[in-house]
Design a protein around this ligand. Structure first.
Ligand SMILES: *Cc1c(COP(=O)(O)O)cnc(C)c1O
Length: 340
């Protein structure tokens, strides 16, 4: 069986860097959507709580319910199908229609569209939204936005920031006029947080950086994060491959001399994206994955009883022409996890 080991001291190291940047643990909201980017919702919540984190962000109500006791505040990004009141839950309102759907007394965060144009309420509709919240007796507890290119060197980041400042000012003046408590404001994800010189909002939504990665352009002064997850696999069997014999589907790996080869219990069925024969991938110990990866196993030129397949997914992200987020998030949620 494959196994994921989560390195707690690396996790705490990454949170510490964010804490130093923000000035307080209370300003970190850990983003745990999609099974904590494949790291395990419960396992990461356990570590975050132990560190002293009080806020989390998830995608669905179902995720929020599973971790309700771990945090004081949970922001739910994309699910308005809520039927019972929870003091802990705060629901993101992504459109004027969402306002009509939520039950009375729900805590809501308005998502402002500052330029990503994916979801969110535009500045022109903010006043209508606030009146809608009052009419429906919903509690405005937060207002936020999301950057579309915080990881790239472009002026768009600054443009969206200035739009959000406008939105904040508008919200503040509406709240004063209508005697509503001023809500919490937040805009930064991982890459944005580390680009701000002084981030003065109420909290940041820390996703990928807590897991040890940033996709930010290397021209920025990036923090020295440490990957949290490593993937391990147990050996099934070792055999000798004779010179000129081939291994695996399509026989894509040819032994240049007699060699020992072992199969290990992990494959693309576990969400370890399929390497084909074109890719040369080496494990952290320098062993090579030979030929094509099968659904439930793969072959490696080693004899160890257990092998570490990766402890840093950046090289795999490169091979698969994708981002680190996708490599960890696609791992099968059923892979057992161990915190060390
Ligand atoms: C996923 C997500 C984040 C976290 O982004 P990272 O780049 O992983 O830090 C923050 N905010 C919203 C709205 C998200 O959907």
């Amino acid at each position: 069986m494959a196994k994921i080991i989560l390195n707690k001291s690396n996790y705490f190291h990454n949170l510490k860097l964010a804490e130093e940047k923000l000035g307080s643990k209370d300003k970190i909201a850990v983003v745990l959507k999609d099974n904590a980017y494949g790291h395990g919702l419960i396992e990461v919540s356990t570590m975050a709580k132990e560190y002293g984190i009080t806020k989390a962000v998830v995608r669905t109500i179902e995720e929020a319910e599973r971790i309700e006791t771990f945090f004081e505040q949970i922001l739910i990004l994309a699910d308005t199908d809520i039927h019972t009141y929870s003091h802990t839950f705060h629901i993101a309102v992504n459109s004027l229609e969402d306002i009509e759907r939520l039950p009375e007394n729900t805590n809501v965060h308005i998502k402002v569209d500052t330029g990503m144009h994916r979801n969110g309420i535009s500045i022109e509709n903010l006043e209508e939204a606030i009146h809608g919240l009052l009419r429906r007796k919903l509690n405005l507890t937060g207002v936020f936005t999301h950057f579309r290119s915080a990881d790239e060197l472009s002026c768009e980041f600054f443009w969206q920031r200035s739009v959000f400042i406008q939105a904040k000012n508008l919200i503040k003046s509406l709240c004063e006029k209508l005697f509503i408590t001023i809500p919490k404001f937040h805009s930064a994800n991982s890459s944005a947080l580390f680009r701000f010189k002084n981030y003065e909002e109420d909290f940041a939504r820390l996703g990928i950086a807590q897991y040890g990665y940033l996709e930010t352009n290397s021209v920025f002064d990036n923090p020295k994060l440490k990957p949290v997850m490593s993937l391990w696999a147990e050996k099934i069997v070792t055999r000798e491959l004779k010179k000129n014999q081939k291994v695996g589907y399509g026989g894509k790996y040819l032994a240049k001399e007699n060699m020992k080869v072992s199969t290990y219990k992990v494959g693309y069925g576990d969400g370890f994206l399929r390497l084909n024969a074109k890719d040369t991938y080496f494990t952290p110990k320098g062993y090579q994955i030979l030929g094509k990866v099968s659904m439930d196993n793969l072959s490696i030129n080693c004899e160890d009883d257990e092998v570490c397949i990766f402890d840093d997914v950046r090289s795999l992200a490169k091979i698969h022409d994708t981002i680190t987020y996708e490599i960890t998030t696609t791992l099968n949620p059923n892979i057992p996890k161990e915190i060390r």
